[in-house]
Design a protein around this ligand. Structure first.
Ligand code: GLN
Length: 493
């Protein structure tokens, strides 16, 4: 039954509908694959019993003719989403063994449509990172390796467990979250497809908050069609999230196959950054050629404030994080380390409960928000953010979407980037802009690097125009014909 794990999400949906296999068989195949792949450390909680029970319930619904759009399809959930009765820790020690008594809206939508939970996926602690090395449960190992080189590589972050699990066939699709690139960058590094929706498209309710004005949930899968299918279930208005937007959820799958004829696609000259590897530039040109061949017009555009986006992001995101993470005090839930008095209790709990990167962000965030520095840093960063959003508004008067590389390079060996936080932050140079402007972004594989690793292209769109991204992604996917897969060195089937 192992070939069942190699189906796409939509293919498995069609196979279930045609009764070629049952939801139970599909779940069993994935449970076995997950057991074989513990070396990747992609899952931090496995829920095999729940998966089989949900699969049986799905088979029963189908027998009665009541199957939903995702009925019987096994998926993984990033550990940032609260799942009722299933441990949720944001991969931080400070949440201890927290078991939420409620379900996030996005995961509730997925279960409503019949999806099956395989378990919770590893991630950078509180979604802070680009390599999945800051998890309290240890790093995720990418299923990819350079040919002839056994050094473990990072899967990207912070949704590194989601990306690794999708790439290694340990789920048909997964949820991710993206505050500055955490869906798109790991998708690029693992040869998978990830979509960060427009801010407000998916409810943030029940997702552990990192930077509330930037956080957005989205799908990760192995094809553009599969992310379209997932997004259709994840998206929607939610009165419990005041920033969730009440606009109808289109049929995203219907955007496939429409082609790009007549579309104008912008290429921002400021994204041609110093020191960008030649193979990234070549991939970007290739992407333009594919779209031109499909009948699109490629237009050079300018996003003049691009160089300010990383500095603005690394002020705004830590500022919001320092405020959101103030609630972890050792009193109400999670990890607690006692002290002689209340202040010592706080200090001990937060000192030991948070990892190094999270502490760094809290310190930066507290600093930029403090009296005397607020105007110089936080306010300035917010002003810059408006300028960056304005650049996009101007560009979208001329073009329908924007094509860029997803990351400045392929996956790197474990331990190589984590020594230098600034170098790690550079991973997000092409992705943070979409978060600062609230725009949707799609990442998909375009080809392989010289050392045999996946490289990604990114398409950024107008607010709530995920359909155009899917249309363009579909054309790039067809043209790229990306079929490379990691060798199953971990013992995968
Ligand atoms: N890598 C970025 C950071 O560390 C983005 C993380 C994210 O999108 N969650 O903040």
């Amino acid at each position: 039954m192992s070939e069942l794990t190699h189906l796409g999400l939509a293919e498995a949906r069609d196979g279930l509908a045609a009764r070629r296999f049952s939801a139970r068989e599909l779940a069993q195949a994935h449970v076995a694959a997950i057991e074989d792949a513990r070396a990747l450390n992609a899952y931090v909680v496995e829920t095999p019993e729940q998966a089989l029970a949900m699969a049986d319930a799905s088979d029963a619904r189908r027998a009665k003719g009541e199957a939903g759009p995702l009925d019987g399809l096994p998926i993984g959930i990033k550990d940032l989403f609260c799942t009722r009765g299933v441990r949720t820790t944001a991969c931080s020690r400070i949440l201890g063994n927290f078991v939420p008594p409620y379900e996030s809206t996005v995961t509730a939508n997925l279960w409503r449509d019949g999806a099956v939970l395989l378990g919770k996926l590893n991630m950078d602690e509180f979604a802070m990172g680009s390599s999945n090395e800051s998890s309290a449960f240890g790093p995720v190992i990418s299923p990819w390796r350079r040919p002839g080189d056994n050094r473990p590589l990072v899967p990207g972050g912070s949704s590194g467990g989601s990306a690794a699990a999708v790439a290694a066939r340990l789920c048909l699709a997964a949820t991710g979250t993206d505050t500055g690139g955490s869906i798109r960058q790991p998708a690029a590094l693992t040869g998978t497809v990830g979509l960060k929706p427009t801010y407000g498209r998916c409810s943030r309710w029940g997702i552990v908050a990192f930077a509330s004005s930037l956080d957005q949930a989205g799908p990760m899968a192995r094809s553009v069609r599969d992310v379209a299918l997932m997004l259709g279930s994840m998206a929607g208005h939610d009165p419990k999230d005041s920033t969730s937007v009440d606009t109808p959820v289109p049929n995203y799958e219907a955007a496939l196959g429409k082609g790009v004829k007549g579309l104008r696609i912008g290429v921002p000259k400021e994204y041609r950054i110093d020191g960008m590897p030649a193979e990234i530039e070549a991939l970007w040109q290739q992407g333009c050629d594919w779209l031109r061949a499909g009948g699109a017009e490629i237009v050079e555009i300018s996003l003049p404030h691009t160089h300010l986006s990383l500095p603005a992001y690394y002020v705004v995101a830590p500022a919001e994080a320092s405020s959101n993470l103030a609630r972890y005090d050792g009193v109400r839930f999670g990890f607690r380390k006692d002290g002689g008095n209340l202040i010592e209790l706080y200090e001990n709990t937060r000192g030991e409960g948070f990892g190094k990167e999270v502490r760094r962000r809290i310190l930066i965030g507290t600093y930029v928000l403090s009296a005397g520095y607020y105007d110089a840093y936080y306010l300035k960063a917010q002003q810059v953010r408006s300028l960056i959003a304005g650049d996009f508004t101007t560009a979208f008067e001329k073009v329908d979407a924007i094509l860029t590389p997803t990351t400045p390079g392929p996956a790197f060996p474990l331990g190589e980037g984590s020594a230098d936080p600034i170098a790690m932050y550079l991973n997000d140079v092409f992705t943070v802009t979409a978060n600062l402007a609230g725009l949707p972004g799609l990442a998909l594989p375009g080809g392989l690097s010289g050392d045999g690793l996946p490289l990604g292209l990114q398409v950024i769109g107008r607010p709530f125009d995920e359909e155009t991204l899917i249309r363009i992604g579909d054309v790039i996917e067809d043209a790229a014909g990306f079929t490379a897969r990691p060798d199953a060195w971990w013992g995968g089937r």
